[in-house]
Ligand binder design. Sequence first.
Ligand code: ADP
Ligand code: MG
Length: 258
Amino acid sequence: MTVTPTPPAPAVEAIALRKDFGPIHAVDGIDMALTPGRIYGLLGPNGSGKTTLIRLLAGLASATSGKARVLGVDMPSRPNLARIGYMTQADGIYPELSVWENLSFFAALYGQTDKAEMRRTLQLVELDGRQGTPAQDLSGGMRRRLSMACALAHHPAVIFLDEPTVGVDPALRVQFWNHFHRLAADGATLVVSSHVMDEADRCDELLFIRDGHVLAQGTPAELRKRAGTENLESAFLQFAGESGGPAASGPTAKETAR
Ligand SMILES: Nc1ncnc2c1ncn2[C@@H]1O[C@H](COP(=O)(O)OP(=O)(O)O)[C@@H](O)[C@H]1O
Ligand SMILES: [Mg+2]
């Protein structure tokens, strides 16, 4: 008798998930089940619903209908927040507080009090020399790095990163991605959004998002193969075209100056 191994329970699930803002269907019926220990990329142009989807999954917005579940628990759930890390697109840090005070605040909020661990998190984002600097005196890239440290300090099992590498220089991006892969290898599930395609190949799996829908999901290689294209940007446009509507609004290949 052969026994089929049971697939692991999904770390993150959406079931017919919807969020309307008046007439706008920001998330327009999304179903997904994300396997633990993988890095998922949410890719789509500005306004496609990535941030709204992440906020629903992280339990910071309530759905118009449908369900969001993290580690088997229906969101929003306050106790579940200790197992979730969320780096917002707009930095959620306090400008008057120093780097160390910001990190201490967010770590304490989620029950992390190990100072040595917090120092390691600061080293990871290369801000260990800036502990006393008020957040408002940091550069944009440094603020992104501090936001990331604040999201990761409590070792969450599920990590949502909303456009985490915008404004971060290329060398540090590489380090961030190496760290994301280490976290995934340790069992964490990461959901990373981006409106640019240049980092998509670093994800284990991609979800192409447009107009609140998932156009396609698969590994970067699978999506290229299914679309019959060399690069992911063309693959996105291919899937967007198939789904109807103007295909011209895809994520950009490279980030433009903002
Ligand atoms: N709080 C809000 N009130 C009204 N409309 C919103 C709000 N948040 C997002 N939207 C709209 O929902 C759509 C999806 O936005 P968003 O999730 O921010 O997309 P993305 O993160 O992909 O750029 C957009 O049309 C946006 O204008
Ligand atoms: Mg967004």
